[in-house]
Design a protein around this ligand. Sequence first.
Ligand code: C2E
Ligand code: CA
Ligand code: CA
Ligand code: CA
Length: 398
Amino acid sequence: VYRKQVKQGETIFGYEQPGDSAFLVESGQVRILDKITQKDSYLLGPGDMFGEYGVIAGASHYSAAVAEEDCLLLVVSREEIEEKTNSADPMISLFLKFFMERCHDLTKRHHGVPVTPQDQPAPLPHRRDIALRSHREQLLKEFQIKEELERALLNDEMVLYFQPIISLRGGFTAGFEALLRWQHPTRGLLSPYHFIDIAETTNMIVPIGDWVFREACKQARDFNLKTAELGKPEVFVSINISANQFAVPNISRRFKEITEETGADVSTIELEITESVLMEDTAHAKKVLGEVKELGFDLVLDDFGTGYSSLNYLHQFPIDKLKIDRSFTHTVLTDESSLEIVRAISGLAHNLNIEVVAEGIEEREQLSLYRDLDCHFGQGYLISKPLSVQDVYGILGT
Ligand code: C2E
Ligand code: CA
Ligand code: CA
Ligand code: CA
């Protein structure tokens, strides 16, 4: 959005000019002239909007706009409006698209009405913009998956698996990462790769995240009833928290409530966040991270090394652990630069008193390399695949 000054008598846009911005009148008056009669006109004042139709429906203006007096206008570009429309709830977005298209058709029909009655009105070409159509198909798909995800939550189709994380020094199971699965009625057990992105864009990640948090807390409580019974050390459960979830107002209070309701011990719950949480809105991130730390949750920085990876902001946030991304683990034995990065990360973490979790360990040599680098924890298929709750009890007993 930017502000534009126009002088009395100046044309803001002319007839048939493609619409690339909408205007909001801040002060002064604007005259809108109808294309057909070129006589009908009306005045708009502060708070009125014009030009929006051309922008949203991707049409040319059917009218012209001229400053009746000196005006201040707020200009909203097509890109801005499209960005907002596209990031809206898919239902609103789809509704808007249909509504504006219909509006477009109606106006064309209206303007196509012949001036003399004997002229045949030209049949209205139902020309749909290809880009618009594929966008609509995309929206429809999102809309369907959103419906499916809502149903999945209602029907208990979501399940958590738990992947063991071992202490590299002690060799024992120190905790588990909670990993979401969707037991789809027709497609089988789906990994989050199939639906997390759509859950993010449709904001379904918020209710799903809530469910994950509650379920993970319940299991953390039960796992530790078991460890206590067996006289073994406590195990932690780490939960993936998406950036959108993190942006929900009062999220830290929500985490606390759920933890209390389920009877889990906060000291056994870890929150896994990615660098994007830290980068998007640093002030907000600092505030929320401070709050959750205060409440007693441990913070784990996930996928470290893949994103912005600035080692220099690490000390600004109260991070307890960082997870070296599995892409480094996969190349650490063969690629000298991977090894250097892993060395640098673990060296820095040691200096900052941050514990290191190496993920994606599939080979013995990777495990021993991380042990040599004195990394604290290891996770990966070599140690164990993600387990069902029942299988977790199997390994807790051993
Ligand atoms: P992530 O946080 O990096 O989780 C680790 C992923 O690596 C898991 O995939 C896990 O099964 C897989 N993995 C573990 N060990 C190995 C290994 O040795 N080799 C290889 N190649 N892969 C290994 P999964 O469960 O499919 O999860 C994928 C991603 O989905 C996760 O990546 C995480 O970003 C996201 N995710 C999972 N559960 C949740 C959740 O409850 N909430 C949110 N917001 N995201 C989740
Ligand atoms: Ca993770
Ligand atoms: Ca802890
Ligand atoms: Ca990860």
